[in-house]
Design a protein around this ligand. Structure first.
Ligand code: BG6
Length: 297
């Protein structure tokens, strides 16, 4: 079982600043709670899991399942799980956990800082298998998440996949539109992994959707007429974008996902996966960043 880490009191002695405190969160798992005039938020050390972000003047942007487990060894459902070092099923080992090890690993706090714009920055670190990772999160008017796979110190290249598997709250998934992937082909995971060409149109969700868009550095825009807002997802160091909604039957099959909850969420994931797995050469560093913004329509 992964370690639970230092107590919130110990972390507060060392790291608490105005606008950020550690506490025992759901299931007793330690989280940092961010509460500043520009943004509120939460990040669990279990999985370095960002579970909330609410920029001032807006409703919460990230979706969390009311059925999520908060337990060592189990992933949290919602927010921003980190998928690493593989995405989806393990390529050869069927018993290995889906989406890798990072989302159930304990991450250490490296630093906490007050940002110039009034937000808060948190830096976490973990050693996972042969990899050393750092994860910088800036909770502010925008949410910025930067996953760094540190220098490959071995003499051989290493291959990994990664995703910032971001769950967004939407008013009604059947009424949203996702712009930015009109010109990009995708692997359709709900249609036998068929490769499909660009549709030339914004994405609308009309059934179970599980698409790995390959070879895109484009920003996406999630337009939500019901909540009257548009969410932008800009990225760097990422060549893949994944769009996921489980719809009716798959939601019913997932124990940590409410049967009706699929209407209120969609995932737009900043990733390097499938065709764009990363081959990290000796001496190289890899960095992937997602920046989330929100505007009223
Ligand atoms: C998506 C995958 O990224 O994550 C889907 O493309 C998967 O295939 C979904 O169902 C949720 O995965 P998990 O392991 O969190 O249930």
């Amino acid at each position: 079982m992964p370690a639970a880490g230092p107590s919130p009191a110990t972390l507060n002695d060392r790291f608490a600043i105005p606008g950020l405190l550690f506490e025992a969160g759901a299931g007793g798992l330690t989280r940092a709670v961010i509460d500043t005039p520009v943004a509120g938020g939460e990040v669990y050390l279990h999985g370095a899991h960002v579970a909330a972000w609410r920029p001032a003047g807006h409703k919460p942007v990230l979706w969390m399942s009311t059925r999520s487990q908060f337990e060592l060894g189990k992933p949290i459902r919602g927010g921003v799980p980190i998928c690493f070092p593989w995405f989806g099923a393990h390529p050869v080992e069927p018993s290995a956990p889906a989406h890798g090890l990072a989302r159930t690993h304990f991450w250490n706090v490296e630093a906490v800082s007050r940002l110039d714009d009034g937000g808060v920055g948190v830096e976490l670190r973990a050693a996972i298998g042969r990899y050393r990772l750092s994860y910088g999160i800036r909770f502010s008017h925008e949410l910025e998440m930067t996953l760094t796979i540190e220098r490959n110190l071995s003499a051989t290249p290493v291959r990994f996949e990664a995703a910032l598997h971001t769950y967004f709250t939407v008013g009604d998934v059947r009424k949203i539109r996702i712009e930015g992937l009109e010109k990009t082909g995708f692997i359709d995971k709900v249609d036998n992994l068929q490769r499909k060409g660009p549709t030339g149109q914004a994405i609308t969700i009309t059934g179970e959707t599980d698409r790995v868009y390959c070879g895109t550095r484009q920003a996406c825009r999630l337009v939500d007429p019901v909540l009257g807002r548009a969410i932008s997802i800009r990225k760097a160091g990422s060549d893949t974008t994944v769009v996921w909604n489980p719809w009716i039957e798959k939601s019913a099959r997932m124990a940590d996902f409410g049967d009706e909850e699929w209407t209120g969420m969609v995932c737009i994931e900043t990733a390097n996966a499938a065709d764009h797995a990363v081959d990290l050469q000796p001496g190289q560093v890899s960095c992937m960043k997602a920046v989330i913004g929100v505007e009223r329509l």
